[in-house]
Design a protein around this ligand. Sequence first.
Ligand code: NAD
Length: 373
Amino acid sequence: MGTFEVIEKYGDHEQVVFCHDKSVGLKAIIAIHDTTLGPALGGTRMWPYKTEDEALIDVLRLSKGMTYKASAAGLNLGGGKAVIIGDPKKDKTEGLFRAFGQFVNSLNGRYITAEDVGTSVVDMEYIFMESPWVTGIPKSFGGSGDPSPFTAHGVLMGIKAAAEFALNTKSLKGLNVAVQGLGHVGYYLVEYLAAEGAHIFIADIDQEKATTLKEKHTSQVTIVSPDKILSTPCDILAPCAMGAIINDKTLAELKTKVIAGGANNQLAEPRHGQNLKELGILYTPDYVINAGGLMNVFSELEGYHADRAMEKTKRVYENCMKVFEIAKKENCPTQSAADKLAEDRLKTMGQLRKRHPGKDARSFSTLKEVFNR
Ligand code: NAD
């Protein structure tokens, strides 16, 4: 398939930029999917893609996902993403990231980058040396640092919404919640759940992470082996490890009423959303419940304030409720309801912008002032 055919197949992208600098070995692609709501924000992934098509398809898919995530979150951000072809363990150099930063800068704020799989805060610092259009830089540079506590707080809000909708309770006290994965997000989530009085079943392939949390919350936490966590009888299952954990095999093992966790791409295939609906399990769509980190990064654009960013993550509760209501009304899987929520907002705001172009949400010049740090 030709390059333009691939681009056409994977969405209606506004702009796809191929970045090449032979002197530093840079091969990267920036995809801007949609800027109806604001500048396209999304992380830069570094991965040893086997083919250039594989990298292109990934960046097209991920950037479209960011449009939906930002829209459903109610943020004035568009969707974008970047990929650098290379092995993050071997191929990273200052020159590579500074050359990439120059490409980001050439887009003059239409694309704003951040950390992602394979990139780190240090890499963001190099980009920042060449361009102001980067978020997630260290606090010492005026950035917001690690987004995980914010993501986890958003997940807690989504869990509360799901508990109210499916279990008819406003309190998590005494509920059994199973958390898979105790990394950056899972760890904070367990802390928040413990403060809410829930009983928490925890599992991680790194046993030490489970032991640390057990020692902190002896009476409220039970360690489960990683291969049993998905089949643990519970009120709420919170996947916070890897993607595709809802699949043909695991569907039959689930003993929960609600799925509400921070992991990305939880459904192996879209049809598994329908399967969950048929099983009577309320699925809280991943990109709606895990938007707290994006809300935090968005706060950087307004001049960062941690308390305000944390306050923003409470919106995840309302956003999840909206999704559940749409799914109920339309009798559709919650994942489709989330897509509808995102698409409707894009459509409405797109029409408003056409009527009042002077009030364009993409106030790049204002952002530039904020970025003048
Ligand atoms: P992380 O790498 O810090 O943590 C993942 C944890 O899962 C690790 O402790 C790992 O040992 C564990 N794990 C892996 N496989 C497992 C298994 N089979 N059973 C049990 N535990 C397993 O990652 P993170 O930053 O906490 O992110 C977790 C998920 O949330 C990812 O899917 C990520 O894409 C998503 N997410 C994270 C953020 C964020 O702010 N960090 C934001 C949005 C989405």
